[in-house]
Ligand binder design. Structure first.
Ligand SMILES: [Cu+2]
Length: 146
């Protein structure tokens, strides 16, 4: 009488070991999630001038707003969403003749960018435009007393 083969028991045991090894591999700790780096706060600037956040959108070769209003002397973050199929930017000038640039945002393809700049300390009505379409993408950049 032949001894019962043990192969039938050995093979499943090996498979079990192999699958455990695979499972262990899968449960390995993922890489530490990337922490978004915050720039060190410039407390002197932030407390002295304050910050202000606003937004602007470009679509169909026009802005969604005719005015952008910010408090004087603040550090402005303007989130510019180019939801168009062509490039645009946002630039601020002292006058409607585009004299004396105050801030010129990078021209971007469709997408979003945060423009950061200091608002003029002098309240008044300034001028903004898209440098790519300077004749019809324009508006009033209004600086209020802060
Ligand atoms: Cu444009």
């Amino acid at each position: 009488m032949a001894a019962p083969s043990r192969a039938g028991a050995v093979v499943p045991a090996l498979l079990l070991v192999a699958s455990l090894a695979l499972a262990a591999g899968c449960t390995r700790q993922p890489e530490a999630p990337e922490v978004e780096e915050e720039p060190a706060p410039d407390t002197a600037t932030a407390s002295a001038a304050g910050t202000f956040a606003t937004g602007l959108e470009a679509r169909d070769v026009s802005y969604n707003r005719a005015t952008v209003t910010v408090p004087a002397g603040t550090l402005v973050t303007l989130t510019f969403a180019n939801n168009d199929i062509v490039t645009h930017n946002f630039a601020v000038y002292e006058t409607a003749a585009a004299a004396n640039v105050i801030f010129r945002g990078e021209i971007i393809r469709p997408g979003t960018i945060d423009y950061r700049f200091n608002a003029p300390s002098q309240p008044g009505t300034y001028f903004f435009r898209c440098d790519v379409h300077p004749t019809f993408m324009t508006g009033d950049f209004i600086v209020t007393a802060s």
